[in-house]
Ligand binder design. Structure first.
Ligand SMILES: *Cc1c(COP(=O)(O)O)cnc(C)c1O
Length: 462
C-alpha cells in the first residue's frame, strides 16, 4: 500500500539522485544571487496552498541555480566537507523517524546510538574515556557547551555555584586565548556572560600557533579562576598550538584548558598526523565538528568534557513530567543546550561504523595528501607562493606577491566555476585559502582545480 509520503519521497529521491549525479562536475559556485532567488521564490502566502509535489519540484528546480555545490569535491572554501553516502542515507532516516532525541524514553535507538558513538569518538581521539559527550549543532555550540562546563568547574572550585547564583558577584574568570582564536569563541563567551573585553590575547607565531613562552608570562600575571583556550587546527594555516606545553602550563596554574579542534581534532585518528595534536589529551574540554571532516550532513558538532559532572551540571534539565531516570541511561538533555532536538548522533554512529578506524584515518590522510598536491602544483609556478607550512588540509596561496592580483584570482576562480576557494588576509597579505575537507576530492579534482587557478592567474597577468 502506498502512503501519502511515497509520491513525494519518490520525487525527492529522483531530484536528490540527479543533484548528486551532477555534483562532481557542475559549476561549483551558486549561479543565482540572493536577489535573483528572492525574485524566483517570493510570493504572497497563498490562501489555499499548492500541490505538494509541485512545491517539491520547485525546490529542486531552484537548487540548481541557487545552491552552491559546497558538497562538491571541488569546493575548497572555508572548511566545509561534503556528505559521505552512508552519512546522507542515515540522515534521511533520521528525518523520516522524526525522533525527539532529548530523552531516552522517547527514543531508545537515539540514546543507544549516541552513547555508543560517544564512546567510539573518545576511543578514536584517544581522550579520557570518562568524559561527557554532547552532540550539538556545530563547533560554535560545542564551544558554548564546553565553556559552560568550564565556567561551572572553575567557579565551583572557587566556592561559587554559577548555576544557582549566576555571575552577579561571582569571582572574576580570566579567559586566555591566542590572537588567532576563532571568532566563534568570542560568541560563546558572550552567550555565557563572560564577555569579550576580558579576553587576554596571547601572541602567536608565523604559522598562527600560540606562543607558549608568552602564555607563560600572561599566566604569571593572572590570579584566580582561569580558562585557557587553545587551538588544534588554525582556520587559515591548519597549524596546531603547542598543546603539550599549554597543557602543562594550564595544569601548573590550575587553569581549565579548552581546545578548539573543529577540524584539527580529527588528526588524532591518523597515525601520520597524530603527533600534531600531541598533548591534546591534557585538556579539560574539546570542541569539534562532525559536519566538517567526518563528512556528515549539517548540522553536527561534538562537545567533549573531561569532567562529566561539570558538563552535566552545566547543561542538565529536569522536570517532573520528563520521566528521566537518573541511572545508567543517557538523556541528551543533560549534555547539550537544546531540549527537543534532532537525533544528530545517528549519522555520526552510522558513518563511524561504516568507516571504522582505518576509514577515518584514510579520510584524513587523503585530504592532507590532496592539500600537499595543491601546494606542489601551484608552487611550480615561480610567481605563486605558498604562505603556510602545509601540515594538514589547509593551503594559503599568494599570486604574484600582490594583494589586488590575489583577490582578482580568487574572484576569477569563483566565476570560472571549475572549483571554489575563498580569500583571507594572512599577516597583512591577501591570500587564497584552500581547504580540502571532502571525502570525494580526487587527485584529478586537484589537478583540474589547480590548473583552473593557474589559468585564471595567467590570464590576469596578460
Ligand atoms: C568552523 C570552525 C568553527 C565553527 O564551527 P561551526 O561548526 O561553524 O559552528 C570553530 N573553530 C574553527 C577552527 C573552525 O574551523
Amino acid at each position: 500500500m502506498r502512503t501519502p509520503f511515497d509520491p513525494l519521497l519518490d520525487r525527492a529521491h529522483a531530484h536528490a539522485s540527479e543533484f548528486l549525479r551532477d555534483l562532481p562536475d557542475r559549476f561549483v559556485g551558486a549561479r543565482a544571487s540572493r536577489d535573483e532567488m528572492i525574485a524566483a521564490l517570493d510570493a504572497p502566502l497563498t490562501q489555499h496552498g499548492e500541490d505538494a509535489g509541485v512545491v517539491i519540484d520547485l525546490l529542486a528546480r531552484n537548487a540548481e541555480r541557487g545552491a552552491s555545490a559546497c558538497a562538491s569535491p571541488r569546493y575548497f572554501g572555508f572548511v566545509i566537507g561534503g556528505s559521505l553516502p552512508v552519512a546522507l542515507a542515515a540522515d534521511w532516516l533520521v528525518s523520516t523517524w522524526d525522533q525527539n532525541a532529548g530523552i531516552h524514553v522517547i527514543s531508545p535507538i537515539t540514546a543507544a546510538m549516541e552513547e555508543v558513538a560517544a564512546r567510539w569518538l573518545l576511543d578514536l581521539f584517544d581522550l579520557p574515556r570518562e568524559s561527557g559527550v554532547g552532540f550539538v549543532t556545530g563547533c560554535q555550540m560545542a564551544h558554548f557547551t564546553c565553556l559552560a562546563a568550564a565556567r561551572h568547574g572553575v567557579l565551583r572550585r572557587a566556592g561559587w555555584d554559577v548555576e544557582a547564583d549566576g555571575l552577579n558577584g561571582a569571582p572574576r574568570i580570566n579567559i586566555v586565548a591566542s590572537q588567532e582564536a576563532h571568532i566563534t569563541l568570542d560568541a560563546a563567551l558572550r552567550y555565557l556572560g563572560l564577555g569579550t573585553r576580558s579576553l587576554v590575547h596571547v601572541e602567536s607565531d608565523e604559522q598562527g600557533r600560540m606562543r607558549a613562552d608568552h602564555l607563560h608570562n600572561v599566566l604569571s600575571t593572572l590570579q584566580g579562576p582561569t580558562i585557557v583556550c587553545a587551538q588544534a587546527g588554525n582556520v587559515n594555516t591548519g597549524a596546531f598550538d603547542p598543546l603539550r606545553e599549554i597543557g602543562e602550563l594550564a595544569r601548573e596554574r590550575g587553569a581549565w584548558m579548552h581546545v578548539d579542534g573543529a577540524f584539527g581534532l580529527w588528526a588524532r585518528a591518523s597515525e601520520e598526523r597524530r603527533a600534531l595534536a600531541d598533548g591534546i589529551e591534557l585538556a579539560d574540554s574539546w570542541a569539534t565538528d562532525a559536519h566538517k571532516w567526518l563528512n556528515v550532513p549539517y548540522d553536527s558538532g561534538v562537545a567533549i568534557v573531561r569532567h562529566a559532572d561539570d558538563h552535566r551540571d552545566a547543561m542538565t534539565s529536569t522536570a517532573a513530567y520528563l520521566i528521566q531516570t537518573r541511572g545508567a541511561e543517557r538523556d541528551a538533555v543533560d549534555w547539550v543546550p537544546e531540549f527537543s532536538r534532532r537525533a544528530r548522533g545517528i549519522p555520526v554512529y552510522a558513518t563511524l561504523r561504516a568507516l571504522g578506524r582505518d576509514g577515518v584515518a584514510d579520510l584524513v590522510d587523503r585530504c592532507c595528501a590532496r592539500a600537499r598536491q595543491f601546494a606542489q602544483l601551484l608552487s611550480a609556478d615561480p610567481n605563486v607562493r605558498i604562505l603556510n607550512d602545509v601540515v594538514l588540509n589547509q593551503v594559503l596561496v599568494r599570486f604574484g606577491d600582490d594583494d589586488e592580483l590575489t583577490r582578482a584570482v580568487i574572484a576569477g576562480v569563483q566565476q570560472d566555476g571549475t572549483c571554489w576557494a575563498s580569500g583571507t588576509t594572512w599577516h597583512g597579505l591577501a591570500a587564497m585559502r584552500i581547504s580540502v575537507s571532502n571525502w570525494a576530492t580526487s587527485e584529478e579534482d586537484v589537478e583540474v582545480s589547480a590548473a583552473a587557478m593557474l589559468r585564471v592567474f595567467r590570464s590576469l597577468l596578460g
